[in-house]
Design a protein around this ligand. Structure first.
Ligand SMILES: *Cc1c(COP(=O)(O)O)cnc(C)c1O
Length: 442
């Protein structure tokens, strides 16, 4: 059981005076689940320790990057070695070449990459490149897919088949989001209809390779291929956002996991999360002819003071080198052990739920029936999730604080950590079932 959280509460109160909401990324504020976000002081392997000294098995793993576990000795050594030689040069350096080489080696259709510092920058830059390369301006995205906080991509709403998007957030002009067409995920006929109407204006379709930001909603059989066929037919590019799935769903990301053939490869990929090993490093890449359109070789401008940072790239390279076949097999078996046990307890407690998978990424939707798009995902009992989440947290298991997220495991989740999670499940399943329990719904 977790003990006092008074130091986290004090820190949050102070943080709110100097930072909006007290957090530097909104989901961390626990608004969806209620309660006090835990301020973490240190992390090792699969365990987080908060400022009050409570320990938690971590099923967020920094939203994916900590695939080897926290403070992995090989990554630590690489970081310390790099840092001992300076932090940032503003000139080319060796580690960035090594990391780019590793990415190109792993993901067959990617011939060149440009390194950036966040997934947001990667998708923003890929969109600019797609527009520059095609001379077109419209972008197709899918409702429920998250591509970072890029203005043109912060639009998920819209009824009907091919509505022009209204921005989801204040501060984004209609003119930015107005070039974005939002479609329901996994809906080939909606895609065909949008291209029938606007085919010669569409620069690119951007999709999460396998969506993880509305919960895990994998592409239906044939959907990835339909994306490729339709974009090719109309001269638009296909941008596969693998910021979350890249190097997590397999050594070659979702692309490697789904087993696409060469001719069905996307034109551009974006990467982040795992490839930074917990540091700010991300990338976009693809065919050399397209990437050659970037400055300094080509007309599409793109740059970054800290892009290819020597410490971040050392962490990313060491992390990728640690991602062996054994690691992926361990992620799979660990994720299944946890998900199967959770599902069994929820069933026992009579809680409707559906588990969905993308390789070792999974989420539990608190509803009956498969989730194929964002509307399905929203049709779940988020209050039941909140009670489940808080009961797990009280017992020392830190789930992602939202019903619309994947759960992540790492190579360091050992038998002890998994047993700790499994022991917490019965009480959490009972809490999820107890719809009159108001203790968790702040
Ligand atoms: C996390 C994420 C991003 C944004 O990456 P940041 O590093 O947070 O900017 C973009 N696309 C997908 C699919 C993501 O999961």
């Amino acid at each position: 059981m977790s003990g006092s959280t008074s130091k986290s509460a004090e820190l949050l109160a102070h943080a709110r005076t100097v930072t909006p909401g007290g957090v530097n990324s909104p989901v961390r504020a626990f608004r969806a689940v209620g309660g006090t976000p835990r301020f973490i002081r240190e992390a090792k392997g699969p365990w987080l320790t908060d400022v009050d000294g409570n320990r938690y098995v971590d099923l967020i793993c920094s939203w994916g990057p900590m695939i080897l576990g926290h403070a992995h000795p090989d990554v630590m050594a690489a970081v310390q070695d790099a840092a001992s030689r300076g932090f940032s040069f503003g000139t080319p350096s060796e580690n960035e070449v090594a990391l780019a080489t590793e990415i190109v080696r792993r993901v067959e259709p990617v011939e060149q990459v440009r390194l950036v510092s966040s997934g947001t920058e990667a998708t923003m830059s890929a969109i600019r490149l797609a527009r520059g390369a095609t001379g077109r301006s419209k972008i197709v995205k899918f409702a429920g897919c998250y591509h970072g906080h890029v203005d043109a991509l912060l639009a998920a709403a819209g009824s009907g088949v091919a509505t022009f998007a209204l921005p989801d957030t204040a501060g984004v002009p209609k003119s930015s989001a107005g070039e974005t067409i939002v479609l329901p995920y996994n809906d080939v006929s909606a895609l065909e209809a949008a291209f029938a109407e606007h085919g010669d204006e569409i620069a690119a379709v951007i999709t999460e390779a396998s969506p993880g930001n509305m919960g895990v909603v994998p592409p239906a059989p044939g959907f990835t291929k339909a994306l490729r066929d339709i974009t090719t037919k109309h001269g638009a590019l296909l941008v596969s956002d693998e910021v979350m799935t890249g190097f997590r769903c397999s050594g070659a990301g979702w692309f490697g996991h789904e087993g696409q053939q060469g001719e069905s490869a996307p034109d551009l990929f974006t990467f982040g999360k795992v490839m930074g090993g917990g540091f700010p490093a991300a990338a976009f890449g693809g065919r050399a002819d397209l990437m050659g359109m970037l400055a300094p070789d080509g007309p599409v401008y793109q740059a970054g003071t800290l892009a290819g940072n020597p410490v971040a790239t050392a962490a990313g390279l060491a992390t990728l080198q640690g991602c062996t076949d054994e690691v992926y097999a361990h992620l799979d078996s660990t994720a299944h052990a946890i998900a199967d046990a959770a599902s069994a307890e929820l069933t026992k407690a009579g809680v409707p739920h559906t588990v969905q998978w993308a390789s070792s990424m999974f989420s539990i939707f608190f509803r009956d029936g498969a989730v194929t798009n964002y509307d399905d995902a929203k049709d779940q009992d988020t209050e039941a999730f909140s009670r489940f989440f808080n009961a797990m947290l009280d017992q020392g298991v830190h789930l992602p604080p939202s019903a619309y997220e994947s759960w992540f495991v790492s190579a360091s989740h050992d038998d002890e950590a998994v047993a700790h999670v499994i022991d917490a499940l019965p009480a959490a399943a009972r809490a999820a079932a107890a719809s009159t329990d108001s203790s968790a719904t702040l």
